[in-house]
Design a protein around this ligand. Structure first.
Ligand SMILES: Nc1ncnc2c1ncn2[C@@H]1O[C@H](COP(=O)(O)OP(=O)(O)O)[C@@H](O)[C@H]1O
Ligand SMILES: [Mg+2]
Length: 334
């Protein structure tokens, strides 16, 4: 294994050498799946995100993206690996130090309707994290903070007394974002945060998230199965397949020169506006579906669906290696 391969397997290099806001090393999350069966939802994933940046985490449904997000936020206990937030290994933090850390790391969920308690007013929903964390103990000041958050997301204080069902999908997602911002976080996991919305509304919500990123210096892990939007917002993109990372790179580079057959397959389903790309690339549409990650076989996990698979791919597990500057892919045929 070359030095470059080793480095990537451990810590993806930060271009400027600074400690990234988030550093994930060899993260594993397994779920029990019956007798002697293990579902390897996340199986040795490493990446980092620089402060103020967005990492797009993409892949088909069932590849383990949500599990990565939830395990980073400790909504799941990891089965291996480490997550460093601002240099601190969060899995090693004692319980009492965990609460202030959760303040800084928040999540925006896919389905704002399912994630907002229907029996609470929008004001109460946004207020709840402030109460849990004991911020703004003065009731009047807490109310003011709720109004401020509503206005930040393009709603107003009259909305505070209404219930989630009185809102449109886009407005509910704004409430979800206001709740996530209530504690003044530095890092947001946006898990399919716009996937359930109409395309026109998606753009509004994305623009709002991008504005918050600039104004509040936020760092995003933007999880989505939809590759078209992430292209415009992510600095780097990581492609996941069956619990593993198959490609990682600067977004423009990765979309222009996808190296892994899986990434190429995913991108062939995305409309491209670049005729030069269409002339030089034959579409390689993905065949079949994501198999189950229960007791995965050795070898490349993509080999059964890969148009380029050889015998070697069935026995040898590919490691990420650098295929261009800061561009990594895990394929034996590169
Ligand atoms: N809580 C859970 N218990 C058991 N299996 C789970 C759980 N959450 C996810 N999985 C399984 O882990 C795999 C990855 O799921 P997920 O992380 O939701 O993928 P994605 O977000 O990419 O669609 C899937 O096979 C899914 O069925
Ligand atoms: Mg998911």
């Amino acid at each position: 294994m070359s030095a470059a391969v080793m480095e990537k397997q451990v810590i993806p290099a930060q271009a400027d050498g600074r400690e990234p806001l988030l550093r994930v090393e060899h993260l594993k999350k397994y779920f029990p799946a019956g007798k002697k069966q293990v579902l390897k939802a996340v199986d040795d994933i490493s990446f980092s995100i620089g402060k103020g940046e967005t990492l797009g985490l993409v892949g088909e449904s069932g590849c383990g993206k949500t599990t990565v997000g939830r395990t980073i936020l400790r909504l799941y206990d990891p089965d291996g690996g480490a997550v460093y937030f601002e240099g601190t290994d969060i899995y090693k933090l004692p319980k009492k130090e965990w609460k202030p850390m959760t303040q800084k790391m928040q999540m925006v969920f896919q389905d704002p309707y399912a994630s907002l308690n229907p029996f609470f007013t929008v004001g109460e929903i946004i207020e709840e994290p402030l109460k849990i964390h004991g911020l703004y103990p003065n009731k009047a000041e807490r109310r003011e903070r709720v109004y401020e958050l509503l206005e930040m997301v393009g709603l107003n204080k009259d909305h505070a007394n209404r219930f989630p069902h009185e809102f449109s999908g886009g407005q509910r997602q704004r409430v979800g974002i206001a709740r996530a911002l209530a504690l003044d976080p530095t890092f947001l996991v946006c898990d399919e945060a716009i996937s359930a919305l109409d395309v026109s509304i998606q753009a509004q919500v994305v623009n709002m998230l991008m504005r918050f990123q600039r104004e509040l210096d936020l760092t995003y892990l933007f999880i989505t199965h939809d590759l078209s939007m992430v292209r415009h917002i992510a600095d780097h993109t990581a492609v996941m397949y069956l619990g593993t990372m198959v490609e990682y790179g600067e977004t423009g580079e990765l979309y222009a020169h996808p190296a892994h057959p899986y990434t190429q397959g995913l991108l062939s389903a995305v409309p491209v506006a670049d005729p030069a790309y269409c002339r030089t690339h034959t579409p390689s549409h993905l065949q079949g579906e994501v198999p189950s990650p229960i007791n995965p076989k050795p070898g490349c996990r993509f080999c059964d669906r890969c148009p380029r698979a050889t015998e070697r791919c069935r026995s040898e597990t590919p490691q990420l290696r650098e295929v261009g500057a800061g561009h990594w892919a895990a394929c034996l045929n590169l």
